[in-house]
Design a protein around this ligand. Structure first.
Ligand code: SF4
Ligand code: SF4
Length: 210
C-alpha cells in the first residue's frame, strides 16, 4: 500500500479510512474503475482491479462503485466522514480554505479580464496612402502629429511612379507603420492620421493591425 503525505482539510489523509474495497471474486476485470478514476487508485493485475494507492482516493467520492457493473466495489458508510468532520472540527479550516479559493478566483478573473483588455489593444499598425506628396507637405504634418507624443512612425517608404508617370501626376504610394512608444493603444491616433489623410486629399488604401 503506497503512503501519502496529503491532508484532507488539515487531517492527515492516512487517518481517514475512505477508499474502495474490491471483492476479488465478484470483479470481472472490465477495467471501468481503473479507467474512471483520475487519481491512480487502481491497478489491473491478473485481470482484476486492485486498490494500489488507497489514500489517493478523494474523500467522499464513490464514482467507481457507482459505475462498477457487478457491484464489486464497496466503501465505508457516509457516517465515517460525518464523524471525522465533527471530531476534527474541520469547518474553521474549511472556511479559511473557501476564503483562499475565492481570492484565487478573483485574482484569476482579474487576470483574465486584463488579458482580454490587452488582447484588444492595437499598438502597431501599417498604413498605405496614395496621392500626390509634392513638397512633402503630408510628411511634415505627420511629423507634427507625432511630436512630443507617445507614438512613432517607422519604416516609411515612398513608392514614386515612373518618371513618365510623375509627369502625368500618377499618384505615389506612401507606406508606414504606426507604433506606440509605451505599448499603449493607438486607435485614437490612427483616427487622427485618417483625418489628416482626408484633409490632404489623399486616399487611405490599406490599414492593417500588426
Ligand atoms: S469496475 Fe468492477 S468489475 Fe470492472 S474492473 Fe472495476 S471492480 Fe472489476
Ligand atoms: S472513489 Fe473516486 S477517487 Fe476514489 S477510487 Fe473511486 S473513482 Fe477514484
Amino acid at each position: 500500500m503506497a503512503k501519502t503525505s496529503k491532508t484532507w482539510h488539515g487531517i492527515p489523509r492516512e487517518e481517514i479510512p475512505w477508499f474502495p474495497t474490491v471483492d476479488n471474486d465478484t470483479c470481472i476485470g472490465c477495467t471501468l474503475c481503473y479507467v474512471s478514476c483520475g487519481r491512480a487508485v487502481y491497478e489491473m493485475q491478473d485481470n482484476k482491479a486492485v486498490v494500489e494507492n488507497p489514500y489517493n482516493c478523494m474523500v467522499g467520492c464513490s464514482t467507481c462503485a457507482t459505475v462498477c457493473p457487478v457491484e464489486a466495489i464497496t466503501f465505508p458508510g457516509r457516517e465515517l466522514i460525518w464523524n471525522i468532520e465533527r471530531e476534527h472540527k474541520i469547518f474553521k479550516i474549511v472556511r479559511q480554505e473557501a476564503k483562499e479559493k475565492m481570492v484565487k478566483a478573483e485574482i484569476s478573473n482579474a487576470r483574465s479580464e486584463a488579458q482580454a483588455y490587452i488582447a484588444q489593444l492595437i499598438t502597431h499598425a501599417r498604413m498605405e496612402v496614395a496621392g500626390q506628396f509634392g513638397e512633402k507637405r503630408f510628411l511634415i504634418k505627420l511629423k507634427d502629429l507625432v511630436d512630443e507624443r507617445p507614438y512613432d512612425i517607422v519604416n516609411l517608404q515612398l513608392d514614386v511612379p515612373t518618371v513618365q508617370g510623375l509627369k502625368e501626376n500618377t499618384p505615389a504610394i506612401l507606406s508606414f507603420e504606426v507604433t506606440s512608444t509605451q505599448q499603449e493603444d493607438i486607435q485614437e491616433f490612427l483616427s487622427e492620421i485618417r483625418t489628416l489623410v482626408k484633409e490632404n486629399d489623399l486616399i487611405l488604401i490599406s490599414e492593417n493591425n500588426l
